[in-house]
Design a protein around this ligand. Structure first.
Ligand code: SF4
Length: 379
């Protein structure tokens, strides 16, 4: 049993090779996620690593020679509930390879959630994967027991999916399933919404196309989050000799994604290099500010919310606080800005306080913080 948990847990983690996981070096099946600025531990596991598909990068692909394991819904729900009761994990994130039939596999995954809710009275976090091409009634059923549902788009276009899988149809298996998921979420919103994930760096997709696609999904499918999982080569797969995706590329994609999703940037405003990729050496908001000198400086006591959040070092929370403080008093010193979380080192060149520039020297010792900004919602 322990072996099964280790294998299916490590493969579950592998599916989402996220920045924070790689950075924090967590146990193989406990996946850290940030929710309301706190790290929560998700038990991320596969129901089975049997898969009838042959996606070229995937550890579970049919032709890969590896040990295969599966849980029964009863077995897995019991394991999870025991771990949750002992405070080892805070929530469940369940995915699976597609065994013989996509609907049959999804039914079993839903059964895990149903047993947890009905038999064990578990009301904590459950995130279920929706498998590509699954019937609509099963998505509806999954939504009854889940806080979040997600579908892996894997890549960004019909041309690109052909480079990963000969069997999956971009529209039929992926986008149409996401569309059904989106409609069900609009009719009866899930507590934590819906999300999707793509694998970055296994083929030749460029960041500009990735972010345009993310923008399209945010706008038309109302997804809560797009996850950018860096490709990691797996032994005994056709992609085993490819280079892994760098953590820096993932971080820059998440930073640009936040600008689009929460800071009102259009994808066309994000700065890219001549090949259409993000610059790795600097955060995209800082580069945008450098390229738009006419937009600055911003007067802290007058600027509206959307102008404030364009300033490097001012986030959504600190912009809201600035507006809140201004209702009572004028902001007269940089110390007030520092106290409410403005990163002055970054912001100073772009702001005025009562028409005056601030001297930079006093604030150069601030540390960089990137987690809360990048991973601000549970996955
Ligand atoms: S369908 Fe999913 S689990 Fe199966 S080979 Fe493709 S990516 Fe892997």
């Amino acid at each position: 049993m322990q072996k099964k948990i280790e294998v299916l847990g490590s493969l579950g983690i592998f599916e989402v090779s996220d920045y924070i996981y790689q950075k924090e070096n967590y146990n193989s099946f406990i996946y850290p996620s940030v929710y309301k600025n706190k790290i929560v531990k998700l038990f991320k596991i596969l129901l089975s690593n049997n898969c009838k598909f042959n996606c070229l990068y995937c550890a579970n692909r049919k032709d890969r020679d590896c040990p295969r394991y599966s849980f029964s819904p009863e077995e897995l729900s019991k394991i999870f509930y025991n771990m949750w009761s002992k405070n080892i994990v805070d929530g469940l994130f369940l995915s699976s390879g597609i065994d013989k039939d996509v609907n049959e596999t999804e039914e079993k995954m839903i059964e895990v959630a149903k047993i947890l809710r009905k038999k064990y009275g578990y009301y904590g976090y459950i995130h279920l994967k929706i498998l590509p091409g699954v019937d609509e009634f099963l998505i509806k059923k999954a939504s009854l027991y889940s806080d979040r549902l997600s579908l892996n788009m894997e890549t960004i276009s019909p041309e690109k999916i052909k480079k990963i899988s000969n069997e999956k149809d971009f529209f039929k298996n992926l986008l149409n399933t996401l569309k059904k998921l989106s409609q069900i979420n609009l009719e009866r919103p899930l507590k934590n919404g819906i999300s999707t994930q793509i694998i970055v760096g296994s083929i030749d997709e460029i960041d500009r196309d990735i972010l345009n696609f993310a923008f399209y999904l945010y706008k038309n499918y109302k997804i809560s989050r797009m996850y950018y999982s860096g490709f990691i080569p797996v032994k005994n797969t056709p992609f085993e000799n490819k280079e892994p995706c760098s953590l820096k590329r993932q971080v820059r994609l998440y930073q640009a994604d936040i600008l689009i999703r929460r800071y009102n940037f259009l994808p066309s405003e994000i700065p890219f290099d001549s090949k259409g990729n993000l610059f790795l050496n600097k955060d995209p908001k800082l580069i945008w500010a450098g390229k738009n000198p006419d937009f600055f400086p911003i007067e802290i006591n007058k600027a509206d919310f959307y102008n404030l959040i364009r300033v490097p070092g001012i986030g959504i929370k600190s912009a809201k606080k600035i507006i809140e403080i201004r209702k009572e008093n004028k902001i007269n010193s940089p110390e007030i800005l520092k106290k409410i979380g403005v990163r002055l080192k970054k912001a100073i060149p772009y702001i005025l306080i009562n028409g005056k520039k601030i001297k930079k020297d006093e604030f150069i010792k601030e540390k960089e913080k990137i987690y809360p900004e990048i991973f601000d919602e549970v996955i």
